[in-house]
Design a protein around this ligand. Structure first.
Ligand code: OXD
Length: 340
């Protein structure tokens, strides 16, 4: 209300279109489906972020999808079939850092905001990469086999010190790995879409210099998201471009290296071995040839599964829920065109 002259006031009337009013109410009082079990204390934190929201918890995706028509917000996965029925849906928060599984065509074309838990698992994933590099470099499985046989197998092994760690993708995980690799006195190379200088990375390459990057790396570590650009970016030519004694590590997503090319590189000794946490098919089928590929350590996409990652993912969701109801921009919004 604005005072024009004493006793005379002008009332500013803002006419909000009906659709916007409905949307605004949906924002302030959303129906939120949370697909994950949380203890009371965490539920209280979620409720405090959106006091007017109707928050419903589901232990599994199928149960949530049965009533998906009612959801304004979903924290967790939604299948494309259920997504098509989710007409009220305005925002989907993923518990995963990678958004590739949620970027089906209907999501890409929709106005639904998609946010990821990017950053939640960067630290444990970088630790996992360090663990795999140390294990591969020292051939730890050999000591474990000797231990199983009660055999004292003393031998000369090598150091990470002075070797080159080539990181594909310099997001949260790639940057944390750069810091850790530097602390181990490694030379650190990184490759990403733009060549902007990055802390702890001695040289940043762009993808047009991929072969040059591969030829210099003793460890090639994939921390990049799986997108149209990265899928299949490492084929036979790329494995042949790697150093003969180099190791390949897949930390973020399988499918960035072509499976056939990677297997051939391992079997024919173009590279020395691999550490694979992320696989193109998960769970890795029992008859997959990767289980017994030469010098290969397999972990079950487990590198980021720590309690702290779960807590960081929850913190991202809680802050985004507060933002959503307050009409503020969301964190970790996925760029649907670039895929992360
Ligand atoms: C992932 C994750 O995206 O574990 O793989 O968060």
């Amino acid at each position: 209300m604005v005072t024009i002259l004493p006793g005379i006031t002008r009332v500013n009337v803002v006419v909000v279109p009906e659709e916007e009013q409905v949307n605004d109410a949906a924002r302030r009082q959303p129906t939120v489906f949370v697909i994950r079990s949380f203890e009371e204390a965490d539920r209280a934190r979620i409720a405090a972020a959106a006091p007017l929201a109707d928050i419903r918890y589901f232990d599994d995706q199928l149960a949530a999808e049965a009533d998906i028509e009612q959801a304004t917000v979903v924290a967790g996965p939604v299948s494309p079939g259920a997504f098509a029925r989710a007409r009220q849906l305005r925002w989907q928060q993923l518990w995963l850092a990678g958004a590739d599984g949620a970027l089906h065509p209907a999501m890409r074309e929709s106005a639904v905001e998609l946010t990821s838990a990017k950053g939640n698992g960067a630290i444990p994933l970088a630790e996992h990469a360090m663990m795999l590099m140390l294990m591969l470099n020292r051939d730890t499985p050999r000591w474990l086999r000797a231990q199983a046989d009660r055999r004292w197998e003393y031998r000369i092994h090598s150091e990470l010190n002075g070797l080159t760690c080539g990181i594909i993708g310099l997001g949260n995980c790639g940057q944390d790995l750069a810091l850790k690799a530097h602390a181990f006195h490694m030379h650190v190379l990184g490759i990403r879409r733009s060549s902007q200088p990055t802390a702890h990375v001695d040289e940043v390459f762009t993808f047009d210099r991929l072969h040059e990057f591969l030829a210099q790396s003793d460890f090639v570590v994939v921390t990049a998201p799986r997108t149209e650009e990265t899928t299949g970016m490492l084929g036979e030519a790329e494995f042949r471009a790697m150093k003969p004694g180099a190791y390949y590590l897949s930390i973020s997503r399988g499918g960035i290296a072509e499976d056939e090319a990677l297997l051939k590189a391992l079997r024919e000794g173009w590279i020395a071995g691999a550490g694979l946490d992320a696989h193109s098919i998960e769970p890795l089928p029992a008859d997959s040839p990767f289980w017994d590929a030469p010098n290969t350590i397999i972990t079950p996409h487990n590198g980021a599964s720590t309690r702290n990652s779960g807590r960081r993912g929850l913190d991202i969701f809680i802050e985004n829920l507060r933002r959503f109801t307050a009409g503020e921009p969301l964190h970790n919004l996925v760029d649907k065109e670039h895929g992360y």
